[in-house]
Design a protein around this ligand. Structure first.
Ligand code: ARG
Length: 264
């Protein structure tokens, strides 16, 4: 976040089609960047209720994630440094309040970052846990584009406003799908339409923000079950008019994600 201003300036250039830069603005936020207290959730959201999104987890690297099997968390590639054995990440699960005595904390054992990830598109990674969180439900991932439309929910412990503090309580918000063409109009060639899905309001006001990265964007499927369609990835600032949030399009990678999970 030290380079937030630079990132913003560069994003503007990128949006204007001048340069394509994904990596700079993809830095996860560390707890140390927390500044002043922020009142509202995500940006423009509300507090999640305990148990509402039971597969939602927080990574110690300053990102969100989702439990897609009892022992594997799906997060963003830009939240991790690479693939291999890794016991440095702590995953907090089972609570909306990160300081709750009921919080379950588990260490990572391995990380798998999307093959071919170089900071543009392909923003997904898997974290294997030291032990399965067998008592928690898992979140289904969308393996067809059928659910890549409508209104989505996004949740996280990230900033409640641009430049704001990380949150203790899980926040949630609803954001409508934004078609590729409209998202392209905002971001130009920085957007990878075949690998990314956008969501937000033209007038801004509601969005994911720094620290929400890696967390799921989800909706109900035809059976009324939650299904993950996106992974919080990037955006120009947070909740700015004309700049929707950009998410990894989960359906584009579902096969690769499932195959990778089977190797962990
Ligand atoms: N890259 C950010 C992170 O690491 C997430 C940014 C999401 N921004 C947005 N406007 N939706 O936490």
């Amino acid at each position: 976040m030290q380079n937030n201003r630079l990132v913003r300036a560069l994003r503007k250039l990128a949006a204007a089609g001048a340069v394509a830069l994904a990596p700079l603005s993809l830095q996860p936020v560390s707890a140390a960047t927390a500044a002043t207290a922020a009142p509202a959730p995500i940006v423009g959201g509300t507090r999640a209720v305990q148990g509402e999104f039971p597969w939602m987890v927080k990574l110690s690297v300053g990102c969100g994630g989702s439990l897609i099997t009892p022992q594997i968390v799906l997060t963003a590639a830009h939240c991790v440094s690479g693939s291999g054995d890794n016991t440095r990440i702590t995953v907090t699960a089972g609570v909306v309040d990160l300081r709750s005595p009921d919080a379950v904390k588990v260490r990572s054992t391995k990380v798998l970052r999307a093959p071919g990830y170089y900071g543009r598109g392909k923003d997904w990674a898997l974290v294997k846990l030291a032990s399965p969180l067998a008592s928690l439900p898992t979140l289904k991932i969308a393996d067809t584009p059928a659910y890549d439309e409508g209104v989505f929910t996004v949740a996280g412990w990230g900033a409640a406003r641009e430049g704001g503090a990380q949150q203790r309580h899980l926040l949630k918000a609803e954001v409508p799908f934004v078609p590729d063409a409209a998202c392209r109009a905002a971001y130009g060639s920085a957007l990878v339409p075949s690998e990314e899905i956008c969501a937000g309001y033209g007038q801004g006001g509601i969005d994911a923000c720094q620290g929400d990265s890696g967390g799921p964007m989800f909706r109900k499927d035809d059976d009324g079950a939650w299904i993950q369609v996106g992974i919080v990835s990037w955006g120009e600032g947070c909740a700015r008019p004309g700049y929707p949030g950009v998410y990894t399009e989960v359906s584009a990678f579902a096969a690769a994600i499932k195959a990778a999970a089977a190797t962990l």
